[in-house]
Design a protein around this ligand. Structure first.
Ligand SMILES: [Cu+2]
Length: 275
């Protein structure tokens, strides 16, 4: 098959389009890596809970392992594609069986995955451990489309909830513990002690999500769900509803204020006086 010097042979043409396709895929992969790093280190707010920081560390380890594996595999892939491209000279080496190689590439990923699963299970059980009896308790209620909170008064007990009692909070007025409860649109949490956030919804399913806490929990109609965690920094943090709950879902943003115990006590005294 004789071709004029100007016209590339079919093999050259295949090689050229293969190279540009390979480059495009490679660039796309690079963009993916850059996107993952950007999302992790630029977008994501710093973790401000003890549990969130542990979750973030495990996530970073997983991201690191994936990143190294991804880069090594793609460098090797690129090298092999270029080094062993069809040049019409070399025959491929056929390796039907290699015990050491097969054992290695099965055992290493298996060990890594088992270690990550165990670390994940240990962390999960820690985050979902029963709350300590001295935890700060607050009830957060979601509704279409906003948030509010209920705090136990000086008795330290939230009044009973009965769904037959009219909204907003369905708090049973016959329960003596309900009389000193404080209801407020402000959500306060206390720094450096376990916080137990009880979650209820007035209507449909919502989801309590504070990105800086690295924690998220659904609010289920007719049930009380809860999150237990220890904030490590004071400040104001974004709260969002992470469950598409209706036309105004996007407006269901709020703030969670993490304050010191003294600051909370002062605020609580003001609320009690107002009532
Ligand atoms: Cu919602």
């Amino acid at each position: 098959m004789e071709a004029t010097p100007q016209v590339p042979s079919p093999l050259e043409e295949t090689q050229r389009s293969g190279l540009s396709l390979g480059l495009a895929v490679w660039l796309f992969s690079l963009l993916g890596v850059a996107g993952a790093l950007y999302a992790r280190w630029v977008w994501t707010p710093q973790s401000v809970t003890r549990e969130g920081t542990s979750i973030q560390s495990l996530f970073d380890i997983i991201l690191g392992i994936i990143l190294v594996a991804f880069i090594v595999v793609h460098l090797l892939l690129g090298y092999f594609v270029i080094r062993y491209r069809a040049r019409g000279r070399e025959a491929a080496l056929y390796l039907p069986h290699h015990t050491a190689l097969e054992v290695t590439y099965t055992a290493v990923p298996a060990a890594v995955l088992v270690a990550l699963s165990v670390a994940g299970m240990v962390l999960w059980s820690r985050v979902h451990a029963p709350p300590p009896p001295d935890a700060f308790v607050v009830e957060v209620r979601g509704e279409q489309f906003g948030w509010s909170a209920r705090y136990p008064g000086p008795d330290g007990k939230l009044g009973r909830v009965d769904n037959r009692v009219p909204a907003p909070f369905n708090v049973d007025p016959r329960d003596p513990a309900s009389r000193d409860d404080v209801i407020s649109p402000q959500i306060y949490l206390v720094v450096n002690r376990p916080n137990r956030v009880l979650l209820r919804t007035r209507d449909v399913q919502h989801s309590f999500w504070v990105p800086a806490f690295r924690l998220k929990k659904d609010l289920l109609p007719g049930a009380t769900t809860e999150l237990v965690f220890t904030p490590t920094r004071t400040g104001e943090f974004d709260l969002a509803c992470a469950e598409l709950c209706g036309v105004g879902h996007y407006t269901m943003a709020g703030k969670v204020r993490v304050v010191t115990q003294e600051e909370f006590d002062r605020w609580m005294r003001q609320q009690a006086r107002r009532e």
